[in-house]
Design a protein around this ligand. Structure first.
Ligand SMILES: [Zn+2]
Length: 191
């Protein structure tokens, strides 16, 4: 058993933080509204399946994990840009088949000017790939910090009466946000 809540001095509504966190998740599965599906000449009326999870505000406030990584939007943008850059590359290549009038210097200048869009696009692709790699690395570092963060998280006690968290050895009630910050700092993902 732990120390009583430092704010109200009682124990009856105190719960271990992991228990409060997991208790705030409910999973549901059921039948949704009826939908008509065309089948041959007629329609078949069937019920759609629905399932999901509801999370209470308390559970969300006690979540010890780093924010999930967003999808590979950056990488998709880089690929799209690379394709666009390949189209830009056609400009100088087509000019090589049909050289503009003028000397060798004018030809070189024209070729350089036509190559600029492709060059700029490829620089942008490089920057996007670099940002994407950086994000993946940051996410890996966060995942590595989770066990250390969990150790701190598992020492917390949540008082449902006061809505705060405390550690058994420190006599001060913390807000859930402050507690989460301490947990994230232990995991090295407080930025
Ligand atoms: Zn309390």
């Amino acid at each position: 058993m732990t120390e009583p809540c430092p704010s109200c001095g009682l124990l009856d509504r105190v719960q271990h933080v992991p228990a409060a966190y997991h208790g705030g998740h409910s999973y549901y599965r059921g039948r949704g509204p009826a939908v008509a599906v065309p089948a041959g000449d007629g329609v078949v009326v069937t019920n759609s399946q629905v399932s999901g999870v509801t999370v209470t505000a308390v559970a969300r406030a006690l979540d010890p994990f780093p924010p999930p990584r967003r999808g590979g939007g950056l990488l998709a943008a880089a690929i799209a840009l690379a394709l666009a850059g390949s189209c830009c590359l056609l400009l100088p290549l087509s000019a090589a088949d049909d050289p503009p009038p003028g000397g060798a210097a004018a030809k070189a200048l024209g070729f350089t000017v036509l190559s600029l869009p492709a060059f700029a696009v490829y620089v942008a692709v490089g920057v996007l790939v670099w940002l994407s790699v950086r994000r993946v690395r940051a996410h890996r570092r966060q995942r590595r910090g989770v066990p250390a963060a969990r150790q701190v998280w598992e020492q917390g006690w949540f008082c449902h009466r006061c809505g705060g968290v405390y550690f058994a050895d420190a006599g001060r009630l913390l807000t859930p946000a402050h507690f989460r910050h301490l947990v994230a700092r232990a995991g090295g993902y407080d930025r």
